[in-house]
Write a protein that binds this ligand. Structure first.
Ligand code: AGP
Length: 608
């Protein structure tokens, strides 16, 4: 979603801000802007669309040297993605500029009040309210820090701000409430950013701001205070990310690189989460004690993480016989639910910044539930609400479409399910076999990746389709939901997933000779036979079947077949995922889509 970068130091702010914004581009945005201060005045430059448009604009204008500035990429919420609505926004006298991530919920009331007081608004954003509010307070007290403290007390919602004022040229003020923000420390230069990649290669010491904190960032020092104005002692942490982590390493897209990283990530997870004597060890979580304290499990997540959660429900219920409720975090927040102090609530989030998932966990915490978080970002906001954290260890995921983080989530959830099963039912042959099979997964994913050319041909064959249907049964059902989501988000083809048994209750009306139907069939007697029948039903309506299966029989009834390695049906989701990721990738590629940054989407969805 939106991204913030700020710089104060001795070097050219423009270049540092643009590089920082470039490193945040992957998060998804639709306009960009910077404010550059030359020690006397501040100039604001904004452009609709990609960062390149802003760079061209900056190349066309005569810029004065400036070593202080703030920059932003915006993902439109209030008002269209126009140049006027892009950040930074400035006060009516042009002296105060501000960039904002998050949503100011009471902006309407405040805007009316400020308009009555004579402030002129130019944009439709909620953000401009904050500019005029701080400006009003500044005009009363003549001190930027105090003006910010006064103003934030009047704001409701989520905000991370970076603020500069011409009359206080020695500082940038950073504010955090329910939206991530951090300060990067350098030598005679300091930075502010909404996420770590903006700082990579520039500074390597950081301060994570907490909610309700303000950082007064000078060139040579930084002071952090709370919203009451009291000084807060902050820990300085070393930045653990290398520039290499955000490079495509020769791949055409981050998505393709990330799909191909999956075998090595799973090997890394197996090394991390298995002891030398073959026992599953989930960090320092005492699962036995934890499970004695709870009587049910609830999982909350969104998007691909939600599909991983749905897969986990099948695994845990089938293997460990523990009931699991899975809820979309955005639904969980607003419905009556049974969460209490005897509930283990598992929050799954790649980014750790998804607002819906964080709010759901906050609510669960208020009910004294035990909170376990699975995230790829141990430095993210979600970790604050966790009693226990299981890091995915998948490395930064840059492409908006989740791929490697999804399989990493599945793998960790398998380990959790197996551990729970072993604890509850004791070791048995099935569990022993599944545990052994986990170690074969990386090589099996490699076998799937070897079929890239075949999958590419198949994707190109159906790339002009208007719609796609995905069907699966049992534990494969969340996998087809994930396959359909992948295809939708990067190719913009309408794709719907159904349990195969539901097809005949309505969706089959859509099937004709133009409809590709991706059917996932895994060899486990009952479900396989039922799937074959469902495929017959599709064939009888002339639908085109792309079978994703681990069984070579019945080939003649399929139009295309992606053959997966043999595996227990429980582990098939780990093999289905890369096949369907490649199908989506090559479909999008053949349609000329922007694979890594699909339209309208953001990598971390920081608004509810
Ligand atoms: C998946 O490809 C997505 N782009 C999206 O659905 C994502 O999984 C969702 O927004 C949740 O994100 P999180 O895992 O970072 O919480």
């Amino acid at each position: 979603m939106c991204g913030i970068v700020g710089y104060i130091g001795e070097n050219a702010a423009k270049d540092i801000l643009l590089q920082g914004l470039k490193n945040l581009e992957y998060r998804g945005y639709d306009s960009a802007g910077v404010a550059l201060n030359d020690n006397e005045t501040t100039s604001v430059y904004k452009a609709q669309g990609k960062l390149d448009n802003l760079c061209s604009l900056l190349n066309r204008v005569q810029l004065k040297p400036s070593a202080r500035g703030i920059g932003h990429i915006r993902w439109a919420t209030h008002g269209a993605a126009t140049e006027t609505n892009a950040h930074p926004h400035k006060s009516n006298d042009g002296k105060l500029v501000l960039v904002h991530n998050g949503i100011i919920e009471n902006f309407r009331e405040l805007r009316q009040e400020l308009e009555k007081q004579g402030f002129r608004f130019y944009s439709q954003t909620d953000t401009e309210t904050a500019v005029h509010l701080i400006d009003r307070e500044y005009k009363k007290c003549g001190n930027l820090e105090q003006a910010v403290i006064n103003a934030v007390a009047l704001l409701k919602g989520a905000f991370a701000f970076c603020i500069m004022h011409d009359d206080e040229p020695d500082k940038i003020i950073a504010v955090r409430k329910n939206a991530p923000l951090l300060v990067g420390l350098g030598n005679n230069e300091n930075m502010i950013a909404s996420d770590v990649p903006a700082l990579i290669g520039k500074v390597n010491r950081i301060i994570y701001l907490e909610d309700n904190e303000i950082a007064i960032v000078h060139r040579c020092f930084v002071e952090v205070k709370n919203f009451a104005g009291d000084v807060v002692e902050k820990k300085i942490e070393n930045l653990a990310f290398e520039p290499e982590l955000i490079s495509k390493r020769g791949y055409a897209h981050f998505m393709l690189k990330e799909i191909n990283e999956q075998p090595s990530i799973i090997r890394r997870q197996l090394a991390e989460y298995f002891t030398d004597n073959g026992e599953i060890k989930l960090g320092n979580i005492d699962l036995m004690a934890l499970m004695q304290a709870v009587d049910k499990i609830e999982i909350v997540a969104c998007g691909s993480s939600l599909h991983a959660a749905m897969t986990a429900k099948y695994m845990i219920e089938e293997l460990a016989h523990i009931p699991v409720m899975v809820e979309s975090a955005s639904e969980y927040i607003y419905k009556y639910n049974l969460t209490d102090d005897k509930t283990l609530v598992i929050g799954i989030s790649q980014s750790g910044e998804t607002a819906d998932t964080i709010t759901a966990l906050k609510q669960a915490k208020q009910k004294n539930a035990k909170i376990l978080v699975l995230t790829n970002r141990e430095d993210s906001s979600i970790v604050r609400y966790a009693d226990f954290v299981l890091p995915l260890k998948a490395g930064i995921e840059v492409s908006v479409a989740a791929t490697k983080s999804y399989t990493a989530q599945l793998m960790l959830l398998y380990l959790l399910a197996l551990k729970l099963a072993q604890m509850r039912l004791g070791m048995n042959d099935k569990l022993r076999k599944l545990k052994e099979e986990l170690f074969e997964v990386p090589a099996k994913i490699e076998q799937v990746l070897c079929q890239t050319n075949l999958i590419k041909t198949c994707a190109e064959k159906y790339a002009k389709a208007q719609d796609y249907i995905f069907i699966g049964r049992g534990i494969s059902y969340p996998s087809v939901m994930e396959g359909a989501l992948k295809l939708k988000e990067i190719s913009y083809i309408n794709a719907n997933a159904y349990t195969a048994g539901e097809l005949k209750h309505g969706p089959i009306a859509l099937v004709d000779e133009k409809m590709p139907v991706v059917a996932v069939l895994t060899k486990d007697n009952l479900l396989y036979d039922k799937m074959i029948s469902n495929c017959q039903e599709v064939k009888a309506r002339k639908g085109k079947i792309i079978a994703v299966t681990n069984d070579a029989a019945h080939q003649d009834m399929f139009d295309d077949i992606i053959l997966l390695p043999k595996s227990s049906s429980e582990l098939m989701p780990l093999l289905i995922a890369p096949a369907l990721q490649l199908l989506a990738y090559y479909t999008a590629l053949s349609l000329g889509r922007e694979v890594d940054q699909p339209r309208n989407l953001a990598k971390s969805v920081t608004v509810e």
